[in-house]
Design a protein around this ligand. Structure first.
Ligand code: CDP
Length: 203
C-alpha cells in the first residue's frame, strides 16, 4: 500500500512532533526533510560548497542531534534557496514518499512540489511568538543559552526567507488542511492531525 502524508509549515510550528506521532499512529515511515537542508547547511558552515554537499549527501546517515542548532537552521534556510541544492534532494524525497507501507514527510514544499499527489496534506502553523517560545524551550533543554528575543528574530527571518524565495517557497498547498496549533496542546494537535488524515483515508 502506498499512502503519502505531506506535512508542511513554518519554522518550529510543531511539524516534527506531529509527524512522528502521525507516523507511529498509522505505522508509516517518517522523513524530516528539514534535516537534509540542515545537513547541507552544516557542511556549508564547514567550508563545503552547498551544491556539492547536496549532490554527495548521504541522506541515510544524518545525525539529527548535531543539526539542531540555530546556526545550522539559518545556514539551512540559506542553502535551501539555491535551486541546484533543492534539485539534488528531490529524488531521495520522492523515493521515500512512494515506499510501500506508507510515508510521512515533513518540510516546506512537500505538498506543493515534492509530493503534489500526496493523499493527505497538512499545513501546520502557529503565531511566531508561540513558535519561538516552543523552540526556545527546546534549545534551552538541549543546553543552549540563546535568549527568547534571538530565537523569535531567527524564526521570523527564516520564515521570510522561506516564503519569499523563488524556488519552492513556503506556502500551503491549495488542498492542504491548515492546522493552527497556537492554542492547542500537543495532544490536541496530534488528535486533530490524525482526524484530518483519517478523513482522507476513508474516501
Ligand atoms: O525545525 P524547523 O521547522 O525549525 O526547521 P526545519 O524543518 O529543520 O528546516 C530548516 C530549514 O530548511 C528551513 O528553514 C527551510 O529553509 C529548509 N527546508 C526547506 O526549504 N524545504 C524543506 N522541505 C524542509 C526544510
Amino acid at each position: 500500500m502506498r499512502f503519502t502524508i505531506a506535512i508542511d509549515g513554518p519554522a518550529a510550528a510543531g511539524k516534527g512532533t506531529i509527524s512522528k506521532a502521525v507516523a507511529q499512529h498509522f505505522g508509516f515511515a517518517h522523513l524530516d526533510t528539514g534535516l537534509l537542508y540542515r545537513a547541507v547547511g552544516a557542511q556549508m558552515l564547514a567550508g563545503v560548497p552547498p551544491v556539492e554537499a547536496a549532490q554527495t549527501l548521504q541522506a541515510d546517515a544524518l545525525d539529527a542531534a548535531k543539526l539542531r542548532s540555530a546556526d545550522v537552521a539559518q545556514a539551512a534556510s540559506k542553502v535551501a534557496a539555491i535551486p541546484e541544492v533543492r534539485a539534488a534532494l528531490v529524488d531521495f524525497q520522492r523515493a521515500f514518499a512512494s515506499r510501500a507501507g506508507g510515508a510521512v514527510l515533513d518540510g516546506r514544499d512537500i505538498g506543493t512540489v515534492i509530493c503534489p499527489e500526496a493523499e493527505a496534506k497538512l499545513f501546520v502553523t502557529a503565531t511566531p511568538e508561540v513558535r519561538a517560545t516552543r523552540r526556545h524551550l527546546e534549545l534551552t533543554a538541549a543546553g543552549s543559552s540563546t535568549d527568547y528575543a534571538t530565537v523569535l528574530a531567527d524564526v521570523k527571518e527564516r520564515d521570510a526567507r522561506d516564503m519569499n524565495r523563488a524556488d519552492a517557497p513556503l506556502r500551503p498547498a491549495a488542498d492542504a488542511v491548515v492546522l493552527d496549533t497556537s492554542q492547542l496542546s500537543i495532544a490536541q494537535a496530534i488528535a486533530q492531525a490524525i482526524a484530518a488524515i483519517s478523513s482522507k483515508q476513508q474516501r
